[in-house]
Structure formats: structure tokens, C-alpha cells
Design a binder for this molecule. Structure first.
Ligand code: ZN
Length: 322
């Protein structure tokens, strides 16, 4: 067991292990970010990313720990592709994030919960300890937390009944609600820019992220936990197919449409396969050509738009019934 500085948040003396002879992996257990694994290539790339992305990456890793998910693996793909898709939370969203973590930490009603300024600010997606204390103060003022003890380094509080009630009214923890037409067009434009810059890998990565984001949104809007799918695009799509009634054996629709619906499964498998073979990690097995990237991006765009429209149509149907 070694010690080193956390490459994401710069916290010092973090437990560090390495494994793998060729594909070198480093396992960190950072008191601030939580546990994560990072490839040697990603370690080099991460040095060049902007500070505010690192802060969000730290919060993203930490969220996995707080919600008892397995530690993430940071690859070149994460650093180059996914970073710009990390959410920008509003103050209201950060307050809810913080309250959710406090609820998770308090086993019983009335339990004391402690937040440590140096290491806990990522749980609220805060930039630093001052912002964490500011958010905690906000929750106390709203009556969601009862103050117990505040020192320079930590704040101790109790989640109130009002706080629990407020949380129960909130949508699912990751219901960003950020997927809309603008998001889809924005992501599609990013893909096109990458293709014209010759970054075919990056374009394919973004195309996949776009489809994954739309699929996640549909699941979450329907009260399901997208984490069960662990990034398996095809499984995710199969679930969404059921929700939106898009299985290609629908007797109520035209046979031609059923053919197209079958084709969409091919698009999804293509996207998940392409990402693994062409765009993920530093070991490039196949270098994608511009025409491959364009085919991938255009199919992903069509798929994402279609699914989004189907989701809206379904919501309209539901709301016209009530
Ligand atoms: Zn860290």
C-alpha cells in the first residue's frame, strides 16, 4: 500500500494501489472523492483538465460512494468524453443533494449527522468547504435540518420531519430533467464539430453518451433506477422499449414500422459495440474513419430524437387521461 496525492482533488496522503502489468491501473481511496480506479493514460490526461471539471468529477465519484455503488473506473474516455456531460447543478438541486446524503447517513429519525468540511463538500456538489457550510446553513434556515453543533471543521445536525417531507416530494435522486430538444441538438452539434475536427473517436463517444442520456431520462421519468443496467446500453434500451411500447412484435402497428423498430435494436448494439472497439480506453483496436463516425453520429441522433418524441407522446397520452 502506497500513499499519494489524489489526482482528482489533490488531497494529500491518499491510499494508493496499482495493478496490471500492461494496462496499468491505479486504485485510490480518497477521503474526499471516495474510492476509484484510474488508468495510467487517464492520469496523464487529467492533469490538463480545468479545475471546475475536476471538482465535478470528484463529486461524481463521491456520489457513487454515498449511494453504495461500485467505485468508478476513470479512463481516457471518461476524461475526454464524459467530463463535459457532468451536470451543472443549481443551488436548489445542491440543497436537495445534500439533504439526500444526510438522510442516507442518518440511520434512524433523530440521529446526529456529521459533515466534515475538508472532506464532505463533494457530497453536495459544492466547490469547497465554504459552499458546503453555506448550503447546510440554507437547509437549517428552511427548517429541514436542526442545528446541533458547529465548529470550524465540522457541522453536526439532525434531519427534521420537514426535511424528510421535503425529500419525499422530490423526484428521483438523478432526475436531472435536463434532457430536452436543446440538449439533444447541442450534443448532436458537439458530435458534428468533433467529426469536422477529425476527432472521430470523440464523436462516437459523444453519440453514445447522447443515447445513454436519453435512455436514462426515460427510465428515471418512469420511476426506475437506471443504475441496475450498469452502462449496458442494450439492456437499457430493452427496458425502455417495454416502457414506450416499442417492441417490434406489436400487432397494432404496421409491419413496416415493426421492421424499423427491429432496426433500432441494431443501432443500439452497434453503438455499444463501437464504443468498446473504437472509442474506449487508450488501447485502440480499430481506428474509426470519418464515414464511420458520421454513420454512428447520424444514427444516434435519429434514435435519440425518436425516443425523446415517443416519451413526450406517452406523457401527453397519460396527462390527457387524467
Ligand atoms: Zn480526491
Amino acid at each position: 500500500m502506497n500513499q499519494g496525492q489524489c489526482p482528482v482533488c489533490d488531497y494529500g496522503n491518499v491510499a494508493l494501489n496499482s495493478s496490471g502489468a500492461l494496462d496499468q491501473l491505479y486504485h485510490y481511496d480518497c477521503p474526499r472523492c471516495g474510492p476509484f480506479t484510474i488508468t495510467d493514460y487517464a492520469l496523464i490526461e487529467i492533469e490538463n483538465i480545468q479545475e471546475h471539471f475536476k471538482i465535478k468529477l470528484s463529486a461524481w465519484i463521491r456520489e457513487k460512494k454515498e449511494f453504495k455503488e461500485s467505485p468508478p473506473k476513470i479512463t481516457s474516455y471518461t476524461v475526454k468524453g464524459e467530463m463535459e456531460n457532468l451536470p451543472n447543478y443549481s443551488v436548489a438541486e445542491k440543497l436537495t443533494k445534500l439533504l439526500q446524503v444526510i438522510k442516507k447517513r442518518s440511520g434512524h429519525l433523530g440521529d446526529l449527522v456529521e459533515l466534515t468540511s475538508e472532506t464532505d463538500f463533494p457530497v453536495a456538489w459544492a466547490e469547497n468547504k465554504d459552499e458546503l457550510f453555506y448550503l447546510a446553513k440554507g437547509l437549517k434556515r428552511k427548517g429541514y435540518l436542526e442545528p446541533f453543533d458547529d465548529t470550524f471543521t465540522k457541522t453536526t445536525c439532525i434531519l427534521t420531519a420537514e426535511g424528510i417531507e421535503h425529500l419525499e416530494k422530490q423526484p428521483h435522486k438523478e432526475s436531472f430533467g435536463k434532457i430536452n430538444h436543446r440538449y439533444i441538438v447541442g450534443q448532436a452539434n458537439k458530435c458534428d464539430t468533433k467529426i469536422s475536427d477529425g476527432d472521430n473517436d470523440g464523436a462516437i463517444t459523444n453519440a453514445r453518451t447522447l443515447v445513454e442520456a436519453v435512455l436514462n431520462e426515460i427510465l428515471i421519468k418512469n420511476g426506475e433506477d437506471s443504475h441496475n443496467f450498469n452502462g449496458d446500453l442494450l439492456k437499457l434500451y430493452k427496458r425502455v422499449q417495454k416502457i414506450l411500447d416499442l417492441e417490434p412484435n406489436n400487432k397494432d402497428v404496421d409491419d413496416t414500422l415493426n421492421q424499423y423498430l427491429r432496426g433500432l435494436i441494431g443501432v443500439v448494439s452497434g453503438l455499444s459495440g463501437l464504443r468498446n472497439k473504437m472509442s474506449d480506453s487508450h488501447v485502440q483496436k480499430v481506428k474509426p474513419e470519418k464515414r464511420h463516425a458520421k454513420l454512428t453520429v447520424d444514427s444516434a441522433k435519429t434514435l435519440a430524437e425518436f425516443l425523446f418524441e415517443e416519451m413526450i407522446a406517452m406523457q401527453d397520452k397519460v396527462s390527457s387521461r387524467t
